[in-house]
Write a protein that binds this ligand. Structure first.
Ligand SMILES: [Zn+2]
Length: 244
């Protein structure tokens, strides 16, 4: 004979366990988002050409970034993906630290961006770029740090994050890994302030090649930009869940 059905539980207060299970996946996490360059960097060469120490050598404070043959700027692409990503991360419960707050300004310098992310003690940080590669080359690359003393403690988690980011971006956006840079979408770099100065798990993604006509046709669309942001958000969520 059948046991009587259990009493209905809809009106019981949720147990602490149930409340924890319903927490947003990024609740309590802090995520750094660095949209590369800035929309008016071209207007102040004396500022962006000043030399800063990037942990290994001198480097320009910032650059204008690249653009498509049609004149769509990398700075705008980075800003759109960065703000879409920030919204996606906040919806998952994260606090987001952005390195710039509009696309109408100059800078900040690349070393200042690293300082912003380090001093906020973010749990993970991503820099968003698009490349100005050879016109015949397609695809995206994730640029990883190389141990230099300053970043030694975050090399292992940065490589884990970079691999997760590569996997999710490839599967969720339709953009192939680069045909001209890195190996299977990953490229260590020791000449960039973001990589050299980071004290938090960090990777930089070149989301595609703005100088390639096929990539450019994707990169300029809002639908691809939103897909890119969601893929990056997914990688951040997966990476932070694995770290607990
Ligand atoms: Zn760039």
């Amino acid at each position: 004979m059948l046991a009587p059905p259990p009493p209905l539980a809809q009106h019981r207060p949720a147990s602490p366990t149930a409340l924890i299970a319903r927490r947003l996946p990024l609740a309590g996490k802090v995520v750094g988002v660095d949209p590369g360059h800035n929309g008016r960097n071209w207007s102040d060469p004396s500022y962006i050409n000043r030399q800063i120490w990037n942990g290994r050598e001198l480097e320009n404070c910032n650059t204008t970034g690249t653009e498509t043959d049609g004149g769509y700027t990398e700075a705008l692409f980075n800003w759109n993906v960065g703000t879409d990503l920030a919204a996606d991360l906040r919806a998952e419960g994260a606090r987001v630290v952005l390195t710039r707050h509009n696309n109408d300004g100059v800078g900040p310098c690349v070393n200042t961006r690293a300082q912003i992310l380090n001093s906020a003690h973010v749990d993970v940080a991503v820099a968003i770029h698009a490349d100005g590669g050879p016109p015949s080359g397609r695809g995206f690359t994730v640029l990883e740090p190389v141990a230099d003393g300053i970043n030694n403690h975050v090399i292992t988690p940065s490589y884990l994050f970079a691999a997760t980011l590569r996997d999710d971006f490839r599967s969720d956006t339709g953009m192939p890994v680069s045909s001209y840079d890195g190996v299977d979408g990953l490229q260590p770099r020791d000449d960039l302030a973001g990589e050299n100065l980071t004290k938090v798990p960090y990777a930089l993604i070149e989301c595609g090649n703005m100088r390639n006509a096929t990539d450019a046709a994707l990169l300029v669309t809002a639908s691809f930009q939103k897909r890119a942001a969601l893929a990056i958000a997914q990688a951040i969520t997966t990476f932070l869940a694995r770290r607990g």
